[in-house]
Structure formats: structure tokens, C-alpha cells
Design a protein around this ligand. Structure first.
Ligand code: GLN
Length: 312
């Protein structure tokens, strides 16, 4: 490629990064010191294709915590461990229009509205099994690592801070326990949820995780089957309707792709069969979604003609 200069995709990434890096709206998440102290100037954009190619620009090697992007992947693991019927009896798949940390359980079934808000995500984590002597938390870490094709690790400081500040999530866990959605003391599941939010990665890892979803659960580089196609179909469907919390509708209008954000400043968007976009920029909007990240995804969706509802 070098002989012919940068590819059109590289040029699009560079132009979008250049155009958006001056945006100063939003603030890094105040929820824990590790997030509040993030450098607001960091900004990276990556595209990873379903056949293993990576295009990147900006701060794509800066580590950050995965936070809520973990929810989509842990939901997938819960589906594979427990089966669709059981998981569906515990978590609905309706966009709630609620904030990510809303205390919302269905009045009749008591199910959380979807696996992308915290109540649903804590339930997913609880459903992941200890298996063959490997505890739940390690199985979750291994799944994320297999999707990223790199050994990812849990940051002890982030995890301690998540746990120290996790009162609302504990309240959710005990609420779920009280209505028998979670069928045992939620303490371990909550600590495992804090740990999964504290998995560190960079935008390239995130894009590769997304590319594994784009490839229907096959890691594009290793060829390893990490998730079943039916699982990935479900994950992407729920990301599509619920991945951006109370901004899911606006996101879909602007970007037209299944996506998932985290308060660490990461976003993934997936084009099934083709590619994944990952962005990293810590300042968040009022929904907890990265301001530059959403803008970059919108611009890329336009530039590469990725919107679900694009014309013929
Ligand atoms: N750890 C955060 C929480 O549980 C994750 C939230 C998020 O990324 N939206 O509140």
C-alpha cells in the first residue's frame, strides 16, 4: 500500500480525526477517580475488518477501561452458558429509554428491560457459570481476550474504585435478588461485574472485539470460533436497540449501526459481515456516551456509506 500512499479509508479516518479533535464538549465520567482523571484530549479511531485488517488514527494505543461495552460480551457468554430460554426469562430485550443506571424492573415479570442497562448487565454477569474449575470472572476475561486476540487484564485500582463507589449497583443487585431474578446473594456477581467493567484495553483491541462480532463470532486473525452465530446475532440486535441507553434512538438515526458505549470513553459500532469501528475519547455527553466518539461514528458511517437505512 505504501507505494500508492494512504488508502481511502486511512484518508477518511485522518480527515475525521482532524475535523473532530477540536470538539471540547462533555466531561470525562466523574463516577470514579480513574475515569475523572482521564486526559480529555485523547482521541483515537480504529476500523477493524471482518477479514483481519486494521486502520487506525490518533490515540489508538492508550489503555482505558471497557466499562459498559463489557455488557454486550458478557450477555453473549450468559446466552451460551444458560441458553436463550433461560436468559430471556431473566432479562427482556426492550429498549427502556432509561439511563444506564436506572432502577427499572418490569412490574409484572420483574425482568430488567434489557442487558445493556446495569440491572440487566448485573443479571447477565450472575448467569455466567464457573466452568471446569475456571471461575466466572476469569471466563469473562478470557472471552474478551479471545475476541480481541490479546490477553486483556483487569486493573486492580479501577476495580477497587468501582467497588468502593458501587452503591447504586449493589442496590440494583439486591433489588434483583429480592424479586428472584438473581437467585442467590448477589455479592459475588456484583464484584465480578465491577471486575468486568475494569478490563483494560485500547481502541485497537476494542475494534478487534467488534470485528469478531462482525465476522459472526469468528476471530478474524486466529480463525477461532469464539461465539456462536446465533449468539452474535442476538448481541448485535440488542446493541442495535439498546446499546446507547436513553440515546439509542438518536444514535441509530445518526449512525445507523448497532453500537455500544462505555463511560471509559470507548464506543464500538459493528457492520455485520464487514467491519467494526472503535473510538476512544473520554469526554461524555449527558447520556454517558463519548461526544467525539458519537460524532466520529456518524461521520464514518456517512463517509463509508455504512448506515443501515442508506439508499440504494
Ligand atoms: N461501571 C459503570 C457502572 O456500572 C459502567 C457504566 C457505563 O459504562 N455506562 O455504572
Amino acid at each position: 500500500r505504501e507505494a500508492f500512499g494512504p488508502s481511502p479509508v486511512d484518508l477518511a479516518l485522518l480527515a475525521i480525526h482532524q475535523d473532530l479533535k477540536g470538539i471540547t464538549d462533555g466531561e470525562p465520567s466523574p463516577s470514579i477517580p480513574a475515569l475523572a482523571n482521564a486526559d480529555p484530549d485523547h482521541f483515537g479511531i480504529v476500523i477493524a475488518t471482518a477479514d483481519g485488517h486494521v486502520y487506525e488514527t490518533g490515540d489508538t494505543r492508550v489503555p482505558f477501561s471497557i466499562q459498559s461495552i463489557s455488557k454486550a460480551f458478557t450477555y453473549g457468554l450468559a446466552l451460551e452458558d444458560r441458553g436463550f430460554e433461560y436468559v430471556d426469562s431473566k432479562i427482556d430485550v426492550e429498549p427502556s429509554g432509561d439511563a444506564f443506571n436506572e432502577i427499572s424492573l418490569d412490574p409484572v415479570t420483574h425482568r430488567p428491560a434489557n442487558p445493556m442497562i446495569n440491572a440487566g448487565a448485573i443479571t447477565s454477569t450472575w448467569m455466567v457459570a464457573d466452568k471446569d474449575g475456571t471461575p466466572r470472572r476469569e471466563r469473562i476475561r478470557r472471552l474478551y481476550s479471545a475476541c480481541a486476540d490479546r490477553e486483556l487484564s483487569i486493573d486492580d485500582d479501577v476495580q477497587r474504585q468501582e467497588s468502593a463507589e458501587g452503591h447504586r449497583n449493589r442496590a440494583l443487585g439486591w433489588m434483583l435478588r429480592s424479586v428472584d431474578i438473581i437467585e442467590e446473594e448477589p455479592t459475588q456477581a456484583l464484584e465480578d461485574y465491577f471486575a468486568q467493567c475494569s478490563v483494560m484495553l485500547d481502541a485497537r483491541d476494542l475494534a478487534r472485539m467488534g470485528a469478531t462480532l462482525a465476522a459472526g463470532g469468528l476471530n478474524p486473525r486466529t480463525g477461532e470460533r469464539v461465539l456462536e452465530p446465533a449468539t452474535v446475532q442476538r448481541m448485535l440486535s440488542v446493541m442495535n436497540s439498546c446499546g446507547m441507553y436513553d440515546d439509542a434512538g438518536e444514535w441509530f438515526v445518526r449512525v445507523g449501526l448497532p453500537g455500544k458505549s462505555g463511560v471509559g470513553g470507548g464506543i464500538i459500532a459493528v457492520v455485520p459481515g464487514q467491519l467494526a469501528v472503535a473510538t476512544f475519547s473520554p469526554p461524555l455527553d449527558q447520556h454517558g456516551n463519548s461526544v467525539r466518539g458519537v460524532a466520529a461514528c456518524e461521520r464514518l458511517s456517512q463517509a463509508l456509506d455504512l448506515h443501515f437505512a442508506r439508499g440504494p
